[in-house]
Design a protein around this ligand. Structure first.
Ligand code: NAP
Length: 284
């Protein structure tokens, strides 16, 4: 078997075009232009590139970007004050605190302060709780993007066995909740899981969100499984995933490449979350 390659780049582009069209209609119909505030603390070059990409993406779809840059030595209370101010600002629908923040700041505590109605990264405890209880709320972007990829590729989820490797608040836990909400039977794996290959090999849908290059090999994959590789690991050969693509693509029925799979969906879903927050703020 040779797997179908899930083209995240094309699917994300389609999403972005749709969002742009929806925003155009929304604003044309009298809605206020959606606004996203990004907050970047310090001068980490990779973080600056990510924030720049998010701001450009906003511009492309008609979201107004507010780009806050704070010096490396800013104090916790100053960041807290900014987040509180943005939480009240009626021109701003989404707030994104770029992580990680410098070591002297408490990133988790800062994230918790984001107004949950503007929590477009879906990382506050309130958003996580809403997701857990199946209540409407903002869902973390990468997991939401994974669900769009699965839907676009018509991957059956109800009754399927989904195995998620990785249990971060950012990816593993929320994607497991979303799969459960689609009636998959979900198994979560992590660094203490015993016989990982055997557990993974039972998956109809396998999601790898680990951060270990090539961890998932042929022995982890059942013939015909759908494999979603979230990993983005920088090495000498550029960015590689958590899945040994060459070996696994011979067994899987569908697989995301790295790059060009899950990655492009993350920004598309940030735009989607910002627009959704805006429509709620406008009571539509
Ligand atoms: P993380 O917070 O570091 O979590 C990694 C998870 O993997 C942890 O739950 C850890 O288990 C588990 N793990 C580590 N080694 C393992 C092993 N040998 N076997 C089984 N499980 C193992 O990472 P993350 O933030 O979720 O990110 C995961 C990967 O996705 C990274 O490569 C990251 O760059 C990438 N990522 C990509 C996107 C995107 O847009 N494409 C977005 C976010 C993240 P324990 O909990 O037991 O420690």
């Amino acid at each position: 078997m040779s797997a179908k390659i899930i083209d995240g780049k094309a699917i994300a582009q389609k999403q972005r075009a749709q969002i742009a069209e929806e925003i155009k209609q929304f604003v044309g119909g009298g809605g206020r232009q959606p606004g996203l505030a990004t907050v970047l603390v310090g001068d980490d070059p990779a973080s600056a590139i990510y924030v720049g990409g998010k701001q450009r993406a906003c511009d492309e779809v008609g979201i107004k970007g507010f780009d806050y840059r704070l010096p490396n030595d800013v104090g916790q209370t100053e960041v807290e004050s900014l987040l509180a101010k943005l939480g009240e600002d009626t021109n701003i629908d989404g707030i994104l605190l770029q992580l990680p923040v410098p070591a002297h700041l408490d990133g988790l505590a800062l994230t918790t302060l984001i107004n949950p109605n503007k929590d477009v990264d879906g990382l506050t405890p309130i958003s996580a709780g809403r997701l857990l209880q199946g209540l409407p709320g903002l869902v973390p972007c990468t997991p939401r993007g994974i669900m769009v990829l699965l839907r676009e590729c018509d991957v059956p989820l109800a009754g399927a066995h989904a195995v998620v490797v990785g249990r971060s608040n950012l990816v593993g836990k929320p994607v497991a909740q979303l799969l459960l909400a689609e009636n998959a039977t979900v198994t979560m794996c992590h660094s203490r899981t015993q016989d990982l290959a055997n557990v993974c090999a039972q998956a109809d849908v396998l999601v790898a969100a680990v951060g270990v290059p090539g961890l998932i090999g042929a022995e982890h994959v059942k013939v015909g499984a759908t494999v979603i590789d979230v990993g983005m690991n920088r090495g000498e050969e550029g960015i590689v995933g958590d899945v040994d693509f060459d070996a696994v693509s011979k067994l899987a029925s569908a697989i995301t490449p790295v790059p060009g799979g899950v990655g492009p969906m993350t920004i598309a879903m940030l735009l989607r979350n910002t627009f959704e927050a805006a429509t709620k703020a406008n009571n539509l």
